[in-house]
Design a protein around this ligand. Structure first.
Ligand SMILES: C[S@@+](CC[C@H](N)C(=O)[O-])C[C@H]1O[C@@H](n2cnc3c(N)ncnc32)[C@H](O)[C@@H]1O
Length: 188
């Protein structure tokens, strides 16, 4: 079944149990989220501040909130098994977001996040905030999360991950240019 998906999605799929409640921050066009809903029977809620993305998600059977992630989180009272942060961390306040998310996780809940490697966007002029993974590690631990695992993956073309190893440490060298990092974290 899953081999029809780009490998990128498998980073999430392989870590999300069937039937989980999932909250996706900045779901964009919901490609991943629709598959979680359709094929893993997950209850999926998403949030995005782009109206089109929210309407698109609703048309596809997802629950979606339109608004700014930082503003809306404090209004949410339910708890989730999984929080997905696929390529959105760079748009957020990394120092605030993990503190905000902690109360939204069930006791065995976890956050799965992927983000660009900080130096992989040397040609990016969009203002995407670059974060060294060492800073991110410190932020996560300070916010009360344990890093269950992290890894580097490279991409070839649209969302085709070609390297999905999970080394203990993410190297900051040229071998990971144009790569991404993937983290699984849990509240301590
Ligand atoms: C780079 S896209 C990633 C989309 C999707 N998660 C994926 O992996 O393809 C980032 C998404 O987050 C949304 N976003 C960024 N900052 C946001 C914020 N502060 N509040 C709500 N949505 C935000 C954008 O509108 C966009 O849809």
């Amino acid at each position: 079944m899953l081999d029809k998906y780009p490998n990128f999605f498998l980073l999430f799929f392989d870590n999300i149990p069937y039937g989980s409640s999932v909250f996706s921050l900045g779901m964009g066009t919901s490609s991943l989220e629709v598959r979680l809903f359709r094929d893993l029977a997950c209850q999926v809620k998403g949030i995005d501040f782009v109206k089109f993305n929210v309407e698109w998600a609703r048309q596809r059977g997802l629950t979606a909130i339109e608004g700014n992630i930082h503003d809306e989180l404090d209004r949410i009272t339910e708890k989730f098994d999984i929080i997905v942060m696929s390529e959105v961390l760079g748009d957020l306040d990394a120092y605030a977001i993990f503190e905000q998310l902690r109360p939204l996780l069930k006791s065995e809940g976890k956050i799965l996040l992927s983000t660009y490697l900080p130096h992989s966007h040397s040609r990016d002029e969009t203002g995407y905030e670059r974060r060294w993974t060492s800073s991110l590690n410190r932020i996560l631990i300070a916010a009360g999360f344990a890093i269950v695992r992290k890894g580097v993956y490279k991409t070839a073309g649209e969302r085709q991950a070609t390297f999905l190893a999970f080394p203990q440490e993410v190297p900051n060298n040229e071998d990971v240019l144009d790569g991404y990092v993937f983290y699984e974290i849990r509240p301590t």
